[in-house]
Design a protein around this ligand. Sequence first.
Ligand code: ZN
Length: 273
Amino acid sequence: MITPKNNIINNITIVGDIDKQLLGLTDQHIHYLTKHSIGSECLVNKNLADKNLANHNVMKPVQASSMSTIGIHQQINSAFKALKRSAKTAGIELKIASGFRSFERQLQIWNNKFTGRTTIKKSNGETVDISRLSDEKIIEAILLYSALPGASRHHWGCDIDVYAPNLLAAGESLQLEPWEYQQSGPMGKLSLWLTQHAAEFGFYLPYSCYRGGVAAEPWHLSFVPLAKQYQAIFNLQSLQECLINTDIAGKRVIINNLTEIEKRYINNVNTSE
Ligand SMILES: [Zn+2]
């Protein structure tokens, strides 16, 4: 890893209930960005966010339908600000497309895909026809882009999907597809800049390329000082217990294949931070 320019990333210890944070069962560690300030760091009053906290095991789906609110880990705020400032000097207006996601939200995404309510995409952008697929194959197709609830790095809040609206042509909208981040795509400049500078601010790309599990996600940034702590305490037992008590589509096959899923999708990330 490149030595960071500043001391933003030193001595960061996760505060609060790390086990619940890991599984997306709390948002106690999250700062919410307002609708108007997405990307400009103006934070919603933390007390408002706290009101949304559930006292029991599974968080209420407060963020389930809200696309206008983006949350990030409280402890990445200054590092993200610094990253954003630096990007701006290179002509890149860095914004977050997706930040924190709760267990409930990830469950909704999962169940919608499994049941065909929303489409499942291949890495070439084509839609998967799930009508003749076995549960095993549907699960495999979903896992290319969507994590199992309880195993998404977006639960942690220190992982964010980024883009630069100023690099889009007028009338063009972002699809969050790999071609957009290739050298010739609208986000090519952003991709190159991230490869060269993200590490200076403690960030890296866990899905820098396809490794046989999750597809390449050149938009997905992870803040290493926090992410490595979450990764270190991840254990399959807790995930399994959580999923057994959840109304998740494909449950039997998921539970039967959990060890393989961990190896192929959860732990199979870029290790050169
Ligand atoms: Zn992501």
